[in-house]
Design a protein around this ligand. Structure first.
Ligand code: SF4
Length: 741
């Protein structure tokens, strides 16, 4: 084996080779290869052990962060709960020692009951169920051997999977396309089962046994799905769209990515995917077993190489085709003819072309589309950067979020609402400036999340007073004190001697008035503390040491700074900026545009560096004061990556809902991280690696680069990303790959 082949990441385990249904479109029992007849009915424990050992060996050898194993058949549930438990314990016990294990099962569903679901829950096995549509559509093929319908039992299984307790198990529906079924009716029947994802499978066929055309059917299904607003991911459509955007595919059925799936049969035989069984007797066989050959031995076989050779493996017709990068010649098996072998276009060529052209011509507002971001801005962020114009787009989007949230809070409390509307009309630019303050959103979120002592509903009045003061609009704004202060965001705070203070802007300043007293700013300003603005390289940054909502960052905020400490911050930021110009010049314009606030954090007791951001405070970075400006420069870039990505995630779904609960192993932490956190970490480390690369610190560069590359690998395996997420991570990978070794 040479080193050019991607390791295998998905292993289909045939744990039971028979089925309790007799679907007449089944590619295992009803096509050319009949090898199932000579195999054991169930996978023996020693075969499971050998398979688990080979998968573990492969993962360890290639340093894989994660592998996927799908329990398949026949029908895997025919194993029964006891034997299934044995299989799951063996797989988890062996493979989980070296990498994360994504366990799945593909079932016809008829035997799925609560006891089985409990076991699957215990071992975190996600379940895909086969369903071809409503009762009549499903009955067309999916029947018991005696002709009885399986539909009612499948719907019972899906009902079970929708129960809150078992919902995490529900991976989606697999529908085999039959043009005899009405596409809209099939769509509605599938959607009614509220699947997290739909997979459409083209009936397996070859040039020797050509299928009925399915292009019009697929297009009609796609049109209806698109008109409905893409309520659920459909892997085939999302993959074609992603490939069209330059991203990866999520299925071997389309695209030029080298496949990373291999099958292990009940007798331990390594095989190519099941679709190859439709070609000829022995189609898909490798002659190797888990007892005598490793997964690397399998990847070295000519047949596996052919299937995984991308463009080079395709016919001349496909190589010259205008949509080849999206189609990829379809599934390998569908190219087969006894006469030419695989040197043909897909037997579904016309159908695939019709669908791809329809998707390209009418991409529509797809789930995972790029939202308000132009493609080049999105890609620029994906590469790990983002110029001033791009960050300005993000900042404007975050302003819209702030406005909407404030509107919601004010709608509920009415405090300051009318006045805010009036001020916005009279001074729209100043109004926006104040609403861009990062902790406006933190405040609104704390109120909308249920309030409690965290929420000061009267803060809307403080925002209004800040706008009035900054715009010099002569209105009287009563502001209630909170924690003994009134705090006017971006303006300053006042140690209030009364429960309520009225802010009265006037020419050149404002008056603070309360029962029995008043003070003038500027002038007699006892108790007033102006907000601390510093200017770094021409950029005004608020050194926020007083905002009551600045404590939403992960680490505690420092107390109010004295003048000397504030001066120290200013000096260290100035010098850190100098390092950025040398070590991260591509990040500077974005930082200038998006960095609004620095929150001094309380130092760590052990003196280690501290920094933080909050998804609900765009443009604010928390830093514990460090005297090393080079280290501060790294922290600024690291945290600003989180800020940018948080804003992208506000605009665009990069992680599908059904992957949100998953955990990934990452190099920089010992505990597995949620998918979005892994993406955030990888994105921050991507930029940090780039700094160490420029500083020529090979050790730190390699550490951050490897962490990033491994996380990218993990994110790109399985169904962890939407099409837009795949594109974003593909750009990140481009940057890493561009660095070389
Ligand atoms: S199968 Fe047809 S549509 Fe697909 S790449 Fe080949 S020629 Fe193009």
């Amino acid at each position: 084996m040479d080193g050019l082949w991607r390791p295998l990441r998905h292993f289909v385990l045939k744990v039971h080779s028979r089925c309790d249904l007799a679907c007449d479109h089944c590619y295992i029992y009803e096509h050319a290869d009949q090898s199932w007849r000579g195999r054991p009915v169930a996978m023996a424990p020693e075969t499971v052990r050998a398979a688990a050992g080979r998968i573990t060996q492969h993962a360890a050898r290639h340093g894989l962060a994660r592998v996927g194993v799908v329990l398949h058949g026949g029908e895997p549930l025919l194993l029964g709960v006891r034997r299934l438990r044995g299989v799951l314990e063996e797989l988890r016990g062996t493979i989980s020692g070296v990498c994360e294990l994504d366990l799945r099962m593909q079932t016809n569903g008829v035997r799925l009951d609560a006891a089985t679901c409990e076991l699957l829950l215990e071992h975190r096995v996600r379940v895909g169920v086969s369903l071809d549509g409503g009762r009549a559509d499903n009955d067309r093929h999916r029947r018991y051997r005696n002709g009885a319908s399986s539909h009612t039992r499948v719907l019972s299984a899906l009902h079970l999977l929708r129960r809150p307790r078992y919902r995490p198990l529900y991976a989606g529906l697999l529908c085999t396309v039959d043009p005899a079924n009405e596409p809209e009716a099939v769509y509605e029947a599938l959607l009614a089962e509220r699947p997290p994802r739909i997979d459409l499978l083209l009936p397996h066929a070859t040039w020797d046994q050509p299928p009925a055309p399915v292009g019009a059917w697929l297009r009609a299904f796609h049109e209806r799905w698109a008109a409905d607003g893409r309520p659920v991911p459909v892997r085939l459509f999302d993959s074609i769209r992603s490939l069209g955007l330059g991203g990866p595919t999520g299925t071997e059925a389309v695209g030029l990515d080298d496949g990373d799936v291999v099958v292990i049969e009940t007798d331990g035989a390594w095989e190519e995917p099941d679709s190859m069984k439709t070609t000829e007797p022995g189609g898909g066989a490798t002659g190797l077993t888990v007892f005598d050959a490793s997964a690397d031995d399998v990847t070295g076989l000519p047949a596996m190489r052919r299937r995984r050779s991308g463009l080079a493996a395709l016919s001349a017709t496909c190589r010259a085709c205008e949509v080849v990068r999206q189609c990829g010649g379809g599934l390998t098996a569908h190219r087969w003819s006894a006469r030419n072998g695989f040197d043909n276009p897909s037997v579904y060529c016309d159908d695939l072309k019709e669908l791809i052209i329809a998707i390209n011509e009418h991409p529509g507002p797809v789930a995972g589309d790029l939202g308000a971001l132009p493609a080049d801005a999105f890609d620029g962020l994906g590469y790990g950067y983002g110029d001033a114009a791009t960050v300005a787009l993000l900042a404007d989007a975050e302003l819209a979020v702030n406005r909407a949230l404030v509107g919601e809070v004010v709608g509920e409390t009415a405090a300051g609402g009318q006045l805010l509307a009036e001020l916005e009309r009279r001074a729209p630019e100043v109004f926006d400036e104040v609403l861009r303050h990062p902790f406006v959103r933190s405040w609104a979120v704390s109120c909308l999340d249920g309030g409690g002592s965290d929420c000061d509903p009267d803060w809307a009045a403080a925002i209004a007073a800040a706008v009035a003061v900054r715009a010099g609009i002569e209105v009287e704004v009563p502001v209630r004190a909170h924690g003994g202060r009134i705090h006017l965001p971006t303006v300053g705070f006042f140690a209030a001697p009364a429960a309520e203070v009225t802010v009265v802007p006037g020419p050149g300043g404002f008056t603070l008035r309360w029962p029995g007293g008043r003070t003038q700013v500027p002038g007699n300003r006892s108790g007033w503390h102006a907000a601390r603005w510093v200017t770094v390289d021409g950029t005004r940054i608020l050194l926020e040491d007083a905002d009551p909502y600045r404590d939403r960052l992960e680490h505690a905020a420092a107390e109010h700074l004295d003048a000397e400490a504030a001066g120290g911050w200013s000096a260290v930021l100035e010098r850190a900026w100098g390092h950025l110009a040398a070590d991260a010049p591509e990040q500077l314009d974005g930082l200038r545009q998006g960095l609004r606030v620095i929150v001094p954090l309380a130092p760590a007791p052990d003196g280690t560096l501290r920094s933080a951001t909050s998804r609900h405070a765009f443009g604010a970075l928390g830093l514990a004061r460090a005297d090393d400006p080079a280290a501060v420069a790294v922290l600024l870039v690291h945290e600003f990556q989180h800020t940018k990505l948080g804003a992208v995630l506000d605009l665009i779904d990069l992680v599908p809902e059904d992957a949100a609960g998953e955990r990934l192993r990452v190099g920089w932490r010992s505990d597995p991280r949620p998918v979005e956190a892994a993406l955030q970490g990888a994105y921050a480390h991507l930029a940090v690696a780039d700094i160490w690369r420029r500083r020529d610190n090979r050790e730190l560069f390699r550490m951050y680069r490897d962490w990033t590359a491994e996380a990218i690998d993990a994110l790109r395996s399985g169904d962890r990303l939407t099409p837009a997420g795949s594109r974003f991570v593909a750009r990140m990978a481009d940057t890493v790959n561009g660095w070389g070794a």
